[in-house]
Structure formats: C-alpha cells, structure tokens
Design a binder for this molecule. Structure first.
Ligand code: HEM
Length: 213
C-alpha cells in the first residue's frame, strides 16, 4: 500500500526506561514494518480475483509452517490462542474464490509448501522465538483491516476471511495478545530473543510476498 502513513509510528516514550516487551517489539521492528509494508505491491495483489488468488496461494504456502511452530512451542489452551487466525484461513478463502477443493489446491502448492516446512523456520527454536513470530502474525491483523477494505472495493464478491481476521474484534484481540506477550516475556533477554525472531519473520514475509509480483 502506498500510503505508509497508516503504519504504526514510534511511541513517544521510545526510550523510556522499563519499556514493556511489546513496546520494545514495536519500536525495534518499526523500521522493518515500514520497509516490508512498502516492498509488497499491495495494489497488484488486491486488484482483481486472479491476483488476489495468487496472494492467498502464497499465504497458504508459507504461513502454515509458522503456525505449526507456534502451536508446538507455545500451545496455549486459551481461546484467544486456539482460535487465532491461521494461514489455513487463506486456503479456505482460496477454495471459495476459485471453487476448487482443498485437495486440488494443496496438490498445486505441494512442492513450494514442502520446501517451506519447519526447515525454513529453523530459527524458531524456543518459546520466546515463537512469541516473536506470534507478535508479527497477530500484529499484521491490524494492517490487514486496511487491505481488506481494498479487496472489498476492488473485488466485491471475494471472500476475505483471512484479511478480515477477527472483524471488529481485531483491535481488542490485538490488545489481548499484547497483554499475554507482556506477561510472557519477563526476562529482558527473552524480549531480545523475541525481537530477533520478529525481525526474521518480517524478512521472511517480505521474501515470500515482496519483489516483482
Ligand atoms: C499495507 C500494509 C499494512 C498496513 C497499512 C499496516 C498498518 C498497520 C497499522 C495501522 C498498525 C497499527 C495498529 C495499532 O494501532 O496498534 C499495524 C501494526 C502492526 N503491523 Fe502492520 N500494516 C501493514 C502490513 C503489515 C505486514 C505485512 C505485517 C507483517 C508481516 C505487519 C505487521 C504488523 C505488526 C507486528 C503490528 C503491531 C505493531 C505494534 O506493536 O503495535 N503489518 N500495521
């Protein structure tokens, strides 16, 4: 999206002593957020059904392995965690959009998805790493609300389960996730680990969706 003014701005208490873990995550990845947001050609992906299908296919290819890592390393029983948005939601949108079965779609993306297994997320080894990945994926639901509006404008019939995330609950869900991260990442070096993992996730996301579309 060209309008980067929508992106989160650094907090005024940026160098505050005792910044909370999520404030540190936000500040230490803010530059990368801007870069990733700007390097993905959203107006390409969200312009018509064919391109939107390409976007959903790509999400369905690289996110499920990240979700799996999060589940393995964090596995929380609370509803906010269990019912969180997954890469699988993009696959469901793709099914509806293209009128294909899940098997047909999975067959088509099998080779690329196979290469993006746990191997591609080898840097996600500890619960703190997984928390950093969770931060990026859940935080991205906030930006997705803007992208969802573009899809609904350009392709009114398109399913938007993935981009709409939790609908009007998205901001409150994001608050819940941040509250959990703030109490989970107690040790400063744990926050450092989560920040590194969040940065890797931003970069991986850009690698998968950025560049020439
Ligand atoms: C055009 C695309 C995007 C727009 C317009 C956008 C916009 C935003 C906005 C407005 C927020 C602030 C939410 C708040 O008020 O707290 C936000 C937060 C966030 N976005 Fe994006 N975003 C986009 C793409 C992405 C992508 C692709 C990712 C990840 C791969 C991402 C990750 C995040 C994260 C982690 C946060 C949380 C920041 C925090 O700690 O508050 N965003 N985004």
């Amino acid at each position: 999206m060209s309008d980067s003014s929508e992106a989160p701005q650094p907090d005024s208490d940026s160098n505050a002593v005792g910044a909370t873990p999520t404030v540190r995550l936000r500040e230490e990845t803010a530059e990368l957020h801007r870069e990733v947001e700007q390097s993905i050609d959203w107006s390409y992906y969200l312009r018509d059904a064919h391109r939107y299908a390409k976007f959903l296919r790509q999400i369905s290819t690289f996110l499920p392995a990240a979700d799996q890592k999060i589940d393995q390393l964090l596995g929380k029983p609370e509803p906010w965690f269990k019912d969180r948005r997954k890469g699988k939601w993009a696959l469901e949108d793709l099914q509806l959009l293209t009128d294909q079965s899940e098997t047909e779609i999975l067959h088509k993306i099998a080779d690329s998805a196979k290469s993006i297994t746990g191997m591609s997320y080898a840097w996600v080894q500890t619960p703190q790493d997984a928390a950093g990945v969770l931060y990026v994926l859940e935080g991205s639901t906030m930006g997705a609300m803007h992208l969802c509006k573009s899809v609904s404008r350009n392709i009114p019939f398109a399913p938007v389960g993935y981009l709409a995330a939790y609908g009007d609950q998205t901001p409150s869900r994001w608050k819940t996730t941040k509250a959990w991260l703030d109490q989970f990442l107690v040790e400063p070096h744990h926050v450092g680990q989560a920040v590194q993992a969040a940065k890797q996730m931003f970069l991986f996301y850009r690698e998968q969706l950025g560049g020439p579309s």
